[in-house]
Structures are given as C-alpha cells and as structure tokens.
Design a protein around this ligand. Sequence first.
Ligand SMILES: C[S@@+](CC[C@H](N)C(=O)[O-])C[C@H]1O[C@@H](n2cnc3c(N)ncnc32)[C@H](O)[C@@H]1O
Length: 279
Amino acid sequence: MGWRICKYIQHLFYRKHREGHGIHSPYLFEFVNQVVFNGGGVDIPAPILSAHRELRKERGIIPAAGGNNPTGGNNPRGAGSKVDSKETRTIQSFVRSSSVSLDQGALLFRTAHWLNPDMILELGTGLGVSTLYLAGGVGETSDREPDSFQVHTIEGDPVRADFSRQLFKRFGLNGVKVHCGDVDRMVEELAGKLPGRFLAFVDANHRYEPTLRYLRLLINSAGEEAVIIMDDIYWSKGMYRAWKEVISWPGVRVSIDLFHMGILLLRRDLQKTHLKIKI
Ligand SMILES: C[S@@+](CC[C@H](N)C(=O)[O-])C[C@H]1O[C@@H](n2cnc3c(N)ncnc32)[C@H](O)[C@@H]1O
C-alpha cells in the first residue's frame, strides 16, 4: 500500500502532454486529445451513468459461487480483491472496489467510440459495469448495426456472469457474449479470431505471470489498429513489473500510463513512445 501511495504521488507530478501538447504524431495527438482528455466533449449516455450510480448504492448480495471458479475466491489463479476478501459481498462493495470508476468507465466508452472496433474482448466481466461502457461506446457510434461488431467478455464466477447477462439484457445489449470460464483457456480460443480493429480490456487475473501471458497472446494476435487497455497497472509490484515489461516489447509502439490504467497502441508507424499522463 505504501509503495502504491509513493507511486501515486510521483505520478501526480506528471502533467505533461496536456491535451496532446508536445506530441508530434497526428494519430497519437488525436488519441490523447479526443480520448484521454475528451477534447470532443463525448457525453456518456444517461442510462449507463444512472445504472452505474445505482449499482454503487445497491445493497443486494452477490453470493459466492463456490466450487472451483478461477477467480481468486477459493482458487489461487485469480488475485482476488484487496478490499473485501469475504466470499459473499454486496453489489455495492463489489462495484465500488472492483469495477471501474465513473471516470474510468467514461475513458473506456470514449476509446470504444473513437476506435469503433469490430471486436471488443474483455478479460474479467465482474458484474458487467465496464462492459456497459465498452459496448455502449460502439453502439453509440453513428450508424453501426448491433450485429456488425462483436463483444466478448470472460468471467470465471458463474454468479457474476449471470448477473452481468441480466444487466446487458436490461440495456438491450443482446449481442454481448458472456463466456463463463477460466480466462486462461478462453482467451486462447478467442485470440485466434481477432479482427484488425480490435479493443481489449484486461481486468481479470491481477498477477504478473498470467497478465503477461494474456498480453503476449493478444499483442501477437492483434492487428495494427488494436488498442489494449490494462487495468490496475499499479495494483501491486507484480502488476507494475508486468506493465514495465509489456511496454518494452517491440510490438507495443505507444504506452500511456494513466496510473489506474495503462493504454497500449500497436500501430507500426508510430515512434516508440511512453507517456505518463495525469488526467
Ligand atoms: C476487477 S473484476 C472485473 C471488473 C469489471 N471489469 C468492471 O470494471 O466492471 C475481475 C474479475 O475477473 C474475474 N477473474 C479473475 N481471475 C479470473 C480467471 N482466471 N478466469 C476468469 N475470470 C477471472 C473475477 O471473478 C472478477 O469478477
């Protein structure tokens, strides 16, 4: 915890590249200006915001799934929650501590809106909050038909997977495919089918080795137009080590460290660049 606070204080001193200043690549300038700093003033649809706010107050219980779900409850393959390690949690507790915040959700929405990907792959659905922003961002994009893009999200805990399915149904997001199973296995199946324009959100197993393995697979399988977002890059020393290693790979052209999340851009015509941005 002390280490994380130190890193956060260090991060606060970085105020470079405000709204894209000092960035020479037009592609990167546009990404930083439009997506990171919301230069275009993209609004998040009110129904997504109000559903997220409601879930943050919802006192209903999410029971533990039991069995051998691969999520960090009983099984060491997941890293679990630092905030609430009890097996049974309230929705409120899960959403406040394990789901994206409103600002992070907005960033996911804007990324999906800007990239307009043919496929989104999320590792770690949780209760489906981040998926709402990701899928909502593409759905909101101009005249895209619902079945012209795919959204896949993987969750190991069957109770959470079911909860998220109900949430997506409520939003008419019938095309979102919730795969209930171990990311280790499912990500290999899905990585063989990645289209050129692809967006990934990696938010499942917060450990060094699996995180690197998932990212290696995605980066090697993705086309140049891919954007990969990694959550919680300072969650632990292991996650930070994974982030530092990933950004050194030749396939990663640009990395953007936002503290709570890291963004990877793969376009080969971009100069190798590492940005640290405080938003
Ligand atoms: C941080 S939560 C995801 C939160 C969600 N992305 C959001 O922001 O709303 C991580 C989820 O990943 C799941 N998970 C962790 N390790 C997993 C694994 N190996 N296979 C499948 N799911 C896993 C956990 O059950 C948990 O629900």
